[in-house]
Design a protein around this ligand. Structure first.
Ligand code: COA
Length: 228
């Protein structure tokens, strides 16, 4: 994070507030945020109208960028675009977070307060390792995934691109959760989860479709993207 004089944060909602806090507590200057701010919650920094205005500002000055937008595909797309334009999109790591020197954290990713990334883990681009989330040793987290507050990936777990691991959820050691998956808050994933699935509960299972409320199937038994 050296050489540039400040940061532009793409996003102006709740996640952006957390990211701005992390930067400012780390002694960095946030020059502006971009996008629609929640009504009645004024920002203490400049608010740019949209992401295009942020790109223009970044192109004209020596600033770092971070994308603080919760929507996984949008965040991943914007980080890719920033990187493609040669703009500076370093990972942001909170001072209270612990990131192993033997791990990799990709461009445009954020590791928020009290989170942990263990040794030999690989965290892709545009990933959110949110407050107090744990990515244990030897894990893999795909581009644009979000490990929500308090979620835990145990050793050797793998999470695909664009997946949300909900708050407080756990993925047991060595398991693979596919791409574009939603793991519900508080779930415990005990079996592999295929691409595009949603799983909830303990053990994590796919909620049945409407008309069969209350019954759940074990994760991994539903065809990828299937609608049985
Ligand atoms: C799993 C989730 C995506 C489902 O959202 P949804 O599609 O809007 O689902 P609904 O709220 O309509 O609930 C559908 C059913 O699943 C149940 N359900 C929803 N979330 C659940 C969860 N986390 N654990 C157990 N059951 C859950 C609901 O009770 C409901 O059950 P019912 O049909 O028997 O009444 C969501 O509840 C969730 O857990 N999101 C993660 C949130 C999070 O951690 N975000 C991070 C922000 S930083």
């Amino acid at each position: 994070m050296t050489g540039a004089v400040g940061w532009v944060v793409l996003g102006a909602g709740g996640h952006a507030r957390s990211v701005v806090d992390v930067l400012e507590r780390g002694g960095h200057t946030v020059v502006a945020v971009s996008g629609a701010a929640p009504v009645g919650e004024p920002w203490h920094v400049d608010v740019l109208a949209d992401d295009r205005a942020a790109f223009e500002l970044l192109a004209g000055q020596r600033l770092h960028a971070v994308v603080a937008i919760g929507a996984n595909p949008v965040r991943a797309r914007l980080v890719r675009e920033l990187v493609a334009r040669g703009l500076s999109v370093p990972p942001v790591v909170a001072a209270t977070a612990t990131v192993s020197p033997r791990s990799l954290v990709g461009a445009g990713s954020v590791v928020l307060e009290h989170a942990h990334v263990g040794p030999a883990s690989r965290v892709g681009e545009a990933v959110v390792v949110n407050t107090a989330a744990v990515v244990e040793h030897d894990c893999s987290v795909g581009v644009g995934a979000h490990i929500a507050p308090g979620a835990v990936l145990l050793g050797g777990a793998s999470v695909g691109g664009g997946t949300l691991v909900g708050s407080g959820a756990r993925v047991l050691p060595g398991l693979t959760v596919g791409a574009g998956v939603t793991v519900g808050a508080g779930a415990v994933v005990t079996r592999p989860v295929g691409d595009g699935e949603t799983v909830v509960g303990i053990p994590a299972a796919t909620p049945e479709l409407s008309g069969t409320r209350g019954t759940r199937r074990t994760a991994g038994t539903r065809p990828h993207g299937g609608t049985t």
